[in-house]
Design a protein around this ligand. Structure first.
Ligand SMILES: *Cc1c(COP(=O)(O)O)cnc(C)c1O
Length: 376
């Protein structure tokens, strides 16, 4: 995909905010804990290759990504700290991961049996993290028998180095700890079956760390908080207060490329879902659903100059229209997303509007948008 560098539309990433959040996350660690910065999905849309070195400067001990390709991107960006892939990869990728010193998760003995000859062929040893499904229902060992068998298989097996054992919580962002406690007890049970001793046993995500949940973890896999966003943000859910202040890093700006007056009865956009009921001023912004600014944003308020203006008519593929309070000049600044968490167009408010979480909104703003790094 071409990044539109010549278009007046950009995602701004406040690097100082990323520094601040990383530094605070590091300071909040328990004694002995390590900070692994989760930079999957291009650092939740913020730019992984650009920001991982910044996080490293602020104390990151390692990085987590979702897939091998993302880990390779970090290695190309000269990151030498440990990298853990969190999602399952095909066994054929084991040698590529090992050759780049990238750790992979393991969920089955069959995967190990498929990967082992490939590693031996190339004389490589793979670092692995044993995934435990303690109640997320996603990946990992959930049967004790399977886990015992894998421990036996790994004993004195030099094709693999058991670097970690981990699980992921389904509801660490809730004040109701019932299911969380259930997952902890299931994980502890599996841990008691270990016969190989992993270097790191880890369970924490941002929520576990920021809401001070009572569980041990050698590593904090800190993701959304790095970007200044509160993990407890699901529509309709309560907001828990994080242990330290988060500073959002992403804002989204553009400008008006066209301004016109329309008269009563005139329609705006595909399907004419908006019809003027008097003389009105309409502005056009050169951003659309092909950028991830989806049609559901119709009605959301963006800031034009100093005023919040509703998006009228359907969002098109590459443009959308706003209703202006008065005539405004072409080139007037438009703020689609503010990095002020209290603004009506914060990422959180945008997520509420779309009936989703800000994780999803940050990730869906795609590579056609240029990313500009401020306050480096
Ligand atoms: C994405 C992910 C994280 C980070 O989650 P945040 O809520 O962003 O902190 C941690 N662990 C696993 C396994 C993940 O998939």
């Amino acid at each position: 995909m071409i990044t539109a560098v010549n278009r007046p539309a950009a995602l701004h990433i406040n690097v100082a905010a990323i520094r601040e959040n990383t530094e605070q996350a590091k300071a909040h660690l328990k004694p002995g804990q390590k900070l692994f910065c989760v930079v999957k999905a291009n650092a939740y849309g913020h730019g992984a290759a650009k920001l991982a070195p910044v996080m490293e400067e602020e104390g990151a001990d390692g990085f987590c990504v979702a897939m091998l390709d993302e880990g390779l991107e970090l290695r190309r960006a000269q990151i030498v700290k440990p990298i853990i892939v969190l999602g399952l990869q095909p066994a054929e990728q084991a040698p590529l991961a090992a050759a780049n010193d990238i750790s992979l998760p393991v969920s089955s003995i069959d995967w190990l049996k498929a990967a082992e000859p490939l590693l031996r062929q190339e004389g490589l040893q793979l670092k692995i993290h044993l995934a435990i499904d303690s109640g997320m229902g996603r990946i990992g060992f959930s049967e004790e028998g399977d886990f015992k068998a894998v421990n036996a298989y790994l004993k004195d097996n030099d094709a693999f180095f058991v670097e970690g054992m981990f699980t992921h919580f389904a509801s660490a962002d809730s004040s109701d700890s019932h299911y969380f406690d259930y997952q902890v007890s299931r994980f502890k049970k599996m841990e008691s079956l270990l016969t190989v001793k992993p270097k790191w046993i880890h369970v924490d995500n941002t929520a576990v760390s920021l809401f001070d949940k009572d569980v041990d973890s050698d590593i904090v896999r800190f993701g959304i908080g790095l970007y200044g966003l509160n993990p407890s943000s699901a529509p309709g859910a309560e907001d828990l207060t994080p242990a330290f202040k988060l500073t959002p890093a992403m804002s989204f700006t553009s400008e008006l490329t066209y301004v016109k007056q329309i008269h009563k009865g005139y329609g705006v956009g595909y399907g004419s879902t908006y019809v003027a009921d008097s003389d009105e001023w309409i502005g056009t912004v050169p951003v659309g659903y092909a950028d991830g600014w989806i049609r559901k944003f119709q009605g959301f308020q963006v800031k034009v100059g100093d005023v919040y203006c509703p998006i009228v008519g359907r969002v098109c593929m590459d443009q959308f229209m706003v209703k202006l309070p008065k005539e405004m000049p072409i080139g007037s600044p438009v703020e689609l997303i503010s990095d002020n968490p209290d603004a009506p167009n914060s990422l959180r408010k945008a997520a509420d509007w779309l009936d989703t979480i800000h994780y999803e909104v940050a990730c869906q703003l795609n590579d056609r948008l240029k990313r500009v790094y401020d306050n480096e």
